[in-house]
Design a binder for this molecule. Sequence first.
Ligand SMILES: [Zn+2]
Length: 192
Amino acid sequence: MVWIDAKNGETHNYVCGYCGSDITSQFGYYAMDDNRSGQIAYIRICHRCGKPTFISNDGKTVPSAIYGKNIEHLPKEIEELYNEARRCFNIDAYTSVIMCCRKLLMHIACENGAEKDLAFGRYVQYLKDKGYVATPTHKLADAILTYGNIANHQLEIYTKKDATNIMLFTEAILKNIYELPSIYDELAEEKE
Ligand SMILES: [Zn+2]
């Protein structure tokens, strides 16, 4: 995708509402006041996903930042599903957040060699047995599974606090499996 006539200008830091990345971008467009005496609004283009964000002079962004932390080095499908959970949080769809997080466990397990079409509990067991989820954090994966099962099968509506906790546990698991080992590899490569 090419943005025609977009130019470099003032630098803006923001979280992209589409892909969730922390962005520093000076590339895009700007608007001036009626007298053309100063810049009053900006459009900045995300260099990761190529999508535009409107930024007003007081720093408000449209679309607004998506909830939760951006996690680097996620495989594409897992990143998409994690961002779906984050976007659900933005619109107060807390039960959906929890259902996405449960589904993420299945994707993580399959991405790391688990067979397809297992019961959800078996995916969590796989992640524990193979050490993808470390022993002290087994209960985090169990919580995501239990909350997710209830969200899926029972008439339970979850609260913001429930979704906040489940997102926190999910972030920790994703960071440990994908982000931190990749950061280590990059550092090790630099040292060579
Ligand atoms: Zn983006």
